[in-house]
Design a protein around this ligand. Structure first.
Ligand code: FAS
Ligand code: PHB
Length: 405
């Protein structure tokens, strides 16, 4: 067995793990990333598409925003289509000029991976039998890589291994509490090299179910349909997808919709999930390893970024200033922002999706809530400030203004 020593062992090379690695590198803090999948697989995953301004600022501080500044699309509003009528939510006017940036998680991941490779930082892709131990005293990560056994001894472990990872499951059940809500439907998503149907996103509430018209660029579109959990992606031909989407759109959008062959098509289940706390001795959970939101509010990727903003600042404060304050406050600070995003994502999902179990009274109440929101400056302001992203409790790297690279 080969024994390696480092300060921080990061498990998982998704956006959370890669961004943490990049911020620690910028502060000169030694770390290693251990990832179970191949680099090609990680770089090919298609997921989120919307970045909050605070996430964009963090990627800039990490020094990986070159492509984002060139290719990211600034959006100052979104459309909500209710029973065939479109309503524009002017995000910028409602939030003193804030906006969101359309830039795929796939691109964020590639930018972070490219920076990591250029900086020649240590990453173990296709690691097997990854296990963590002693995270209360002398943290260790054991794994095999290319047939050889490794053990990493470190000061801290960052569990960035997503919802299905091993870090959360390595914590004794009596030390954590989880909260979960599973939704009775999924999102069938399609990616196609066709121009988007509109300049901004369209969130659709229709009698046939939710739909979302999004994009990755001016030539690549991303669409979603609410589908029953019993559906399988092979049940849906491209043609059937486009037909169903048209039935949920307004006449103008239906007319403008450009269809084409899918380059990716998949069904994602929807759940709300939170782990409390997010810190266990010298093990920190971050991103999907700690929480999941239904994608309706475009918060999943952005919550991973805010966890990493807090964790990177806490670790840099520890190594640069010898203070444990950020580490001690990590879990509480993350969870304050996580639960607000959980609420907003649940609320948007509740309002815009069709629930078979809904009574007629509940349906009328939902329509009244939407009607009130779209007619009230105050209610729209509340929706807009959550959608563009709530502020961080700290300015990331305030503490870590100390950068080595
Ligand atoms: P990730 O899951 O991205 O990364 C975890 C990494 O850990 C993976 O690379 C995994 O291979 C690795 N790993 C797992 N187990 C391991 C082990 N034992 N050892 C080593 N490595 C291990 N969010 C949105 O905002 N909008 C969306 O539209 C949206 N769509 C989504 C669609 C799908 C199908 C999924 C699954 C998620 C979607 N999300 C969306 C949420 C998504 O973007 C996440 O919030 C984001 O990927 C979180 O990043 P990480 O926390 O890094 O977790
Ligand atoms: C996406 O483009 O993938 C996307 C955009 C907004 C959402 C969810 C997903 O709310």
């Amino acid at each position: 067995m080969e024994i390696l020593n480092t300060k921080v062992a990061i498990i998982g090379a998704g956006p959370a793990g890669l961004l943490l690695g990049q911020l620690l590198y910028k502060a000169g803090i030694e770390h290693v990333i251990i990832e179970q999948r191949s680099a090609e697989y990680v770089a090919s995953r298609i997921r989120a598409g919307i970045l909050e301004q605070v996430s964009v600022d963090l990627l800039k501080q990490a020094g990986v925003d070159h492509n984002l500044r060139k290719k990211g699309l600034l959006h100052s509003g979104v459309e909500i289509l209710i029973q065939g009528k479109k309503h524009r939510v002017n995000l910028s006017a409602l939030t003193q000029g804030k906006h969101v940036t359309v830039y795929g998680q796939t691109e964020v991941t590639k930018d972070l991976m490219q920076a990591r490779e250029q900086q020649q930082l240590l990453s173990f892709y296709e690691a097997e039998q990854v296990q963590i131990a002693d995270f209360d005293s002398q943290p260790k990560v054991n794994f095999s890589y290319q047939g050889k056994a490794y053990q990493i001894e470190c000061d801290f472990i960052a569990g960035c291994d997503g919802y299905h990872g091993i870090c959360r499951d390595s914590i004794p059940q009596n030390r954590l509490k989880t909260f979960e809500k599973v939704y009775p439907f999924g999102w069938l998503g399609i990616l196609a090299d066709v121009p988007p149907v509109a300049d901004e996103l369209i969130y659709v509430q229709s009698e046939r179910g939710f739909a979302l018209c999004s994009m990755r660029s001016e030539t690549r579109s991303r669409y979603y349909l609410q589908v029953p959990l019993t559906d399988h992606v092979e049940d849906w031909s491209d043609e059937q997808f486009w037909q169903e989407l048209k039935l949920r759109l307004d006449p103008e959008s239906r007319e403008k919709l450009v269809t084409g062959p899918s380059i990716e098509k998949s069904i994602a289940p929807l759940r709300s999930f939170v782990t409390e706390p997010m810190r266990f001795g010298k093990l920190f959970l971050a991103g999907d390893a700690a929480h999941i939101v239904p994608p309706t509010g475009a918060k999943g990727l952005n919550l991973a970024a805010s966890d990493i903003a807090y964790l990177s600042s806490a670790l840099i404060e520890y190594y640069v200033q010898g203070s444990e304050q950020g580490i001690d406050e990590y879990s509480e600070k993350c969870l304050q922002r996580v639960w607000k995003a959980e609420r907003f994502s649940w609320w948007m999902t509740h309002l815009l999706h069709r629930f078979e179990s809904e009574t007629e009274f509940e349906h009328k109440i939902k329509q009244a809530e939407l009607d009130y929101m779209l007619g009230s400056q105050a209610a729209m302001m509340a929706m807009a400030e959550n959608y563009v992203g709530l502020p961080y409790e700290i300015t990331p790297l305030d503490i870590a203004g100390h950068t080595e690279h």
